[in-house]
Design a protein around this ligand. Sequence first.
Ligand SMILES: Nc1ncnc2c1ncn2[C@@H]1O[C@H](COP(=O)(O)OP(=O)(O)OP(=O)(O)O)[C@@H](O)[C@H]1O
Ligand SMILES: [Mg+2]
Length: 452
Amino acid sequence: MGGLWVGVMLLLLFAATQFSVLWTIVSMGKWAEKSKEDQVSVWSLALIISFGILVFLLCLVRALANFYFSLRASQKLHDRMTWAVLRAKIVFFDTNPLGRILNRFSADVGINDDVLPQSLHDVAFSVFLVLGGVATAVTVLPFTLLAVPFLFIIFAWVRKIFLTTSRELKRLEGTTRSTIFEMLSESLSGIATIRSNNSQEYFRHKFELAHDAHTRAFFAFIGAMRWMGFRMDCIVFILLTIASFLAVLFHDQGWFNVDPAVLGLALTLLLQLASAFQWSIRVSAELVTNMVSVERVSAFGDLPSEAALVTEEDINDKAWPTEGQIKVNSVTVRYRPSLPPSLSGVSFKIKSGQKVGVVGRTGSGKSTMIQALFRILEVEEGGIEVDDVDISMLGLHKIRTEMAVIPQFPILFSGCSVRDNLDPFGEYNDDAIKRALSDVQMIESIKDLPHD
Ligand SMILES: Nc1ncnc2c1ncn2[C@@H]1O[C@H](COP(=O)(O)OP(=O)(O)OP(=O)(O)O)[C@@H](O)[C@H]1O
Ligand SMILES: [Mg+2]
């Protein structure tokens, strides 16, 4: 809801700025028509200067507000995605390759931070420029209004065709470009093989074909731009012709009194419209492409998360666990609903202080049991009790901080010291860390490591 208000506020700001620009130009036109004495009067000059200052201030506020709010929105999306990914279920990491996750956090967030604020600004700016031009022409010569809906229909039609085509051509251009890069790096790394087989000619030909494919796509894209540009120019020149002829006709016949200063402004704005129209279409096409990044970051922000980190039960059971007795009652666990269960109807009991070894062939479910114990996987049926407390009632923080596991595949955080790896939250003093290292006979090995 906050976003809606910010959007409305930004639109109003853009509208106000465009209006003040037009108003300033009209006032300057009127000022130019005044007598010499009136032109240099303090009052006239002060009015013009204050209009100039107003336009400057509004442009500044408009740009600052646009960039501030777009960056804030991007930051919010990023934070929501970070939290959602950190809290995501294990299924998410099983089904999403690391490259995809990294891409969202780098390329997509990059586009939201760097490219999108500028894109939004350009779109709003060009749309108001076009609207301002058309509105001025219509105000000066209300009769041009007859032509405007017709021209807008053509505009919307051209825009629709161009957007669909340019999006596909841009995609094609991107894919054919990556073929060139792939071929280049592959040929360079395999240069010895290519030369020893005397296949330079063959690879040169393949490389040229890749270039041709890219040039074809790129040329088609430029062609599409020209196609759109020509039609936009036609629309604007038709409007310009109608406005000019009607102005002369109406003024001549005395049907409508046209102020020459305002008419001049309207014609200048209409001339500008030719490029503004093209620009608005191009930036709106870019905006649509860039908005895909917002969609992708938002999609990761809505990931289903694991169970609550803290529950009422944790507070009631402050001392849990005291004995370390584990009871597993007909537990069934599945990695994903579409997969067969990895554990089905498993029951056993481990008494407090007992040391138990679980033996089984690979894939029999030993690690899965540990994952169920830490609720990395939630049990589908049955339950696990530790010291007679059903662990499904506890918060995940409580379970995962009160129990410890040494996993099959150890993980070291790179770029961190041994100390940070052992005690990431800085909860223990050096003596405790050293004692732990000496207990596992690692104290001698780490002495040779560089200290920071
Ligand atoms: N991430 C996963 N997604 C889907 N299925 C999985 C996943 N991890 C394990 N499984 C399946 O669950 C079953 C139990 O696997 P688990 O890793 O618990 O076996 P394990 O007894 O620990 O084997 P190992 O001795 O090789 O460590 C296997 O059939 C395995 O294919
Ligand atoms: Mg295992």
